[in-house]
Ligand binder design. Structure first.
Ligand code: GTP
Length: 351
């Protein structure tokens, strides 16, 4: 249990859309539970619904910041939510999962600001890097690659994830790229964020920064370390107009100049094969899709949590306790929302 005078550790999970942050979050929560420590979670999603939250046990206190990105439109809310979580639940640790589009430097500001009101300390910034995507983006360059590099640059811990989808030479190439961008943070290569015991122990015991980073050697906290990196580099991130609500049952947000999300609530069940084909045929500039659907062709009209990241799909049967709507969220850059909505309407037609 938390000692009255001890500060509460805060860890930020950052990393591009679909890189594996929620997968890592589940592992961390399990590790804290094994140690008898109480963890609380702050989830931030660009869409209007918290789908990642469905993967988290219901006994874990959770604050949700939806419909915008912590780093800009709802940054003030982060301090408030953190304080409320701490006051209401007295956790030993708080894990913040940012949207994949968040600029970590701005988030660090948000957490540091919260430290004025609550006894919290930013212990680590863990960047989960999607290996195949990093390599692909490094070839094409552009805004997204810049954002990925910023997420890498500010990290005190780096995970090179999805190495199951990398050849040996590609893995070395990805590691080298990460090393060039951040010369300090240790890199762990993982499949489904399966970090080893030593890594987990260091984070759970609050020594995340001590795993060979210069942060501890120089006595700087993760936040300070990240800030000193930040000053050496220009921010590539540009925040556009905060958001743009549709008054229908779907919303479009453009909280980042180059990233947009579309949230659509489904009113009918869909055919599983047609739905999977639709996901696989999504245009390249839709990076990520996830949601909850009911399949009309499965025996008991089962509900599924679906995931789509870079042409790979994943379906998990769910049995939600509370009320959960059927919904599909799409995140990408300048994609045609009309085209996606048109296809969804077709899929929902019952004839
Ligand atoms: N092939 C492969 N797939 C992975 C790996 N890690 C995670 N995935 C899959 O990638 C998808 C996205 O994983 P999440 O953990 O939800 O990623 P995220 O970063 O939380 O996604 P956002 O919250 O949308 O940014 C899921 O379908 C995972 O099952 C991995 O190491 N290899």
């Amino acid at each position: 249990m938390q000692n009255e005078n001890r500060t509460i550790d805060v860890h930020i999970l950052t990393g591009f859309l679909g890189s594996g942050k929620t997968t890592l979050l589940s592992r961390l929560l399990e590790a804290y539970e094994l140690q008898g420590l109480k963890a609380a979670v702050v989830m931030n999603e660009l869409g209007d619904v918290n789908l990642d939250g469905l993967a988290v046990e219901s006994n874990v206190p959770m604050a949700e910041l939806l419909g915008g990105c912590i780093c800009c439109s709802i940054r003030g809310d982060l301090s408030l939510e953190l304080k409320q979580l701490v006051d209401q639940h007295a956790p030993d640790v708080v894990i913040i999962e940012a949207t994949g589009a968040a600029n970590p430097f701005e988030m660090i500001d948000g957490v540091t600001e919260s430290a004025l009101y609550a006894p919290i300390e930013l212990k680590s910034i863990i960047a989960v890097v999607d290996g195949p995507e990093l390599l692909a983006r490094s070839r094409s360059g552009g805004q997204t690659f810049k954002l990925m590099k910023e997420q890498i640059r500010c990290a005190s811990q780096l995970l090179l994830n999805k190495v199951d989808r990398l050849e040996v030479d590609e893995r070395l190439q990805a590691e080298q790229l990460m090393r060039e961008t951040n010369g300090y943070a240790p890199i762990a290569a993982t499949v489904r964020c399966a970090v080893d015991e030593q890594w987990l122990e260091a984070i759970v015991n609050g020594n995340g920064g001590a795993l060979g980073t210069t942060a501890h050697e120089s006595g700087a906290s993760a936040g300070e370390q990240a800030h000193s990196h930040a000053h050496a580099h220009e921010h590539s991130h540009a925040c556009g107009p905060d958001c743009n609500h549709d008054h229908d049952h779907h919303h479009v947000h453009e909280s980042h100049a180059h990233v947009m999300s579309l949230t659509h609530f489904l009113t009918n069940p869909v055919d599983s094969h047609a739905f999977e084909a639709f996901l696989r045929a999504l245009p390249d500039n839709v990076y990520r899709a996830k949601g909850v659907v009911t399949f009309r062709d499965s025996e008991t009209a089962s509900r599924f949590l679906f995931q789509y990241a870079y042409k790979e799909t994943d379906f998990i049967r769910i049995n939600p306790q509370g009320k959960v709507n059927d919904v599909a969220v799409f995140i990408g850059e300048h994609f045609s929302r009309e085209a996606v909505l048109h296809k969804l309407n077709e899929l929902e037609r019952m004839d």
